[in-house]
Design a binder for this molecule. Structure first.
Ligand code: F6P
Length: 346
């Protein structure tokens, strides 16, 4: 029997979202299933704003960044009335199921709705790479490539001016982008949310390099990193929050740069990569991963395996329960961190 499946993208966008949508459509239509896009994430479902996804609408989008159906950070779990409305809309739109492509927030909502009986399949996405139950998320590879290229470029200008360059990358709870791009770009210090450092430690590494004749240093810092001060850990956040109550991040790079400059006397400059890491074309690796996940999610929906999501385990795509994916975050593992740290300042 043919099915009508809704698709939505929620939370921050991520290179590869269109490749997932395309794979879902291309896998589903030949089976006689119908795919309807919810516009702007959960908001589209709640507000009844949808778009039919036919072959034409997904033609030529595999290399395109962003999401053709839009996204938002809409919190369906905010109250019972909103949850009830979501269920009502699924009935009104005659959806047999929903595929929700998203990160921590969207997958938590999906797991909860699935536990309440909504037919939902999830697809993990985030440049931060912090979703459990999957080895990598698509978008991460693209973000690492962008951050690494930025570090490479900052190297030459740092060396020319004998400066310290601080590069702030994304990573709210997990420092995967900072760690990978930092290792790949040969950074002298990498600061991540999982392993805080004091300004004295950071300055010590830079001073040691100076003493060995290295006249510049590169510091990579994840936006969610914390600085150790008098036994406490201190992050930097703005006073605005997103609809899930999470503070908007950004600014730790400047705080750190000011302290490094004050302590070392070396001119220090800051580059905040921000949303450049999320925009634009996905790498080939991300396109392939996104395509595999999209096709698998379409299979899960076709088979009615609700409450599950496709996940990358080694080289294979497998089904994993949504609840496992969101019960805790996947943090940078100590071994990788130890490797990164062993190269600091060398
Ligand atoms: O998608 C996760 C993320 O990249 C976080 O690292 C960052 O804090 C957040 O998105 C910022 O997103 P926005 O500016 O869209 O709220």
């Amino acid at each position: 029997m043919s099915k009508t499946i809704g698709v939505l993208t929620g939370g921050g966008d991520c290179p590869g979202l269109n490749a997932v949508i395309r794979a879902i459509v291309k896998r589903s239509l030949p089976r006689g299933n119908r795919i309807v896009g919810m516009l702007d994430g959960w908001a589209g479902l709640l507000e009844n704003r949808t778009r039919e996804l036919d072959p034409e609408s997904v033609s030529g989008i595999i290399h395109v960044g962003g999401t053709i159906i839009g996204t938002s950070r809409t919190n369906v779990l905010k109250d019972q009335a909103t949850i009830d409305l979501a269920f009502q809309r699924v009935r009104e739109l005659k959806l047999d199921g929903l595929i929700a492509i998203g990160g921590e927030g969207t997958l938590t909502v999906s797991a909860k709705l699935a536990s309440l009986g909504m037919p939902v399949v999830g697809v993990p996405k985030t440049i931060d790479n912090d979703i459990n139950e999957t080895d990598y998320t698509f978008g991460f590879n693209t973000a690492v490539e962008i951050a690494t290229e930025a570090i490479d470029r900052l190297h030459t200008t740092a060396e020319s001016h004998r400066r310290v360059m601080v590069v702030e990358v994304m990573g709210r709870h997990a420092g995967w982008i900072a760690t990978y791009a930092g290792i790949a770009g040969g950074a002298d210090v990498i600061l991540v949310p999982e392993y805080s450092m004091s300004v004295e430690e950071i300055v010590g590494i830079i001073e040691d390099r100076k003493a060995r004749g290295r006249r510049f240093s590169i510091v990579v810092v994840a936006e969610g990193a914390k600085i150790k001060r008098n036994g406490a850990e201190q992050g930097v956040a703005r006073d605005r929050k997103d609809p899930f109550g999470r503070p908007l991040l950004g600014g730790i790079g400047q705080v750190l740069a000011d302290e490094i400059e004050a302590s070392t006397g070396m001119e220090t400059r800051v580059t905040v990569l921000g949303h450049v890491q999320r925009g634009g074309s996905p790498t080939a690796l991300d396109r392939v991963l996104a395509t595999r996940l999209g096709a698998f999610a379409a299979d899960l929906a076709h088979e009615g395996r609700w409450g599950m999501m496709p996940s990358l385990k080694g080289t294979r795509i497998e089904a994993a329960p949504l609840s496992n994916a969101t019960s805790s975050l996947k943090l940078v593992d100590p071994e990788l961190w130890g490797l990164a740290r062993s190269f600091f300042g060398l």
